[in-house]
Design a protein around this ligand. Sequence first.
Ligand code: MN
Length: 314
Amino acid sequence: MKANEGARLTWEDPNWPRASRWLSAEPPQHTNSAVSLAVLGIPMNSSSTPARFDLAPQAIRSALARYSLFDEDAAIDVGRLVVREFGDVTLSGAYSETNFSRTVGAIERARADADCLILLGGDNGITRAGVCALGVPLERCGILTFDAHHDLRDLDHGLTNGNPIRALLQDGVPGPQVVQIGIQPFANSFAYARVAHDAGISVATADDVYEEGIQKLVTRALAYLSEKTDAIYVDLDVDVLDRAFAPACPGSRPGGLQPWMVRQAARLCGQHERVRMMDIVEVDPTKDVADTTCLAAASFFLAFASGMLKRAVK
Ligand SMILES: [Mn+2]
């Protein structure tokens, strides 16, 4: 326990409700929102490099204790949103058909009564299960990734955190229904950039975000995908952040996005009615520095939730 933690826990300010308490309230607190959010942890850890992505769901939940529920930018109290916590899927070992079908089943149960589901990964491989459990045929799915990487590596050596998008193309998601934002130079090869191009995937690099603005790019991506699809899945690989803000993501590199950009992106995604699911992946809490990455991931979670409250009342 850190030195100041005991002091922090002895007194709770009733005027400063913690986001962690909202998430863990059981049964969910009565609210007047017309939209609801479900949360499911998927502690999958089968990266090709040694990592502990399986620890991230709990680490991100813990980081929520250091945030309140008030989104001052949007003038929204996230505590109004109905949230239901489904805990973590029980997984054994790395990728397998058993883990995949167990994960798909858990996601389908968690999303059944909710407007949106947030998946706390886990490594980026969980994205395939998430899209497959979205509830619409794959040919009607849209995928928006925030990621430094295309995640289009060859499938010859099995499923990894480096090829979920390639697997989904093979599964039947049309390439033109995939938009990738935050791609970094020298973090992808020519061969895989070519796979993206040939599949018809839309790509905006990190520099594109800096030049055109995150709001504009995300708004355009969501409009484009909603024209082509019935439901949109958002894959938020936290390594899209500049490495200064994501030391816990093995794939992050200097030159990535700023936390405020991803926060705005998450809010816009939460706000868009066609978005049904978002994953937050690739955080290895054992590599974090000053909880920077976990705090960033938790803020993206809250920004998405805040955005949801702006959806039209049903
Ligand atoms: Mn990724």
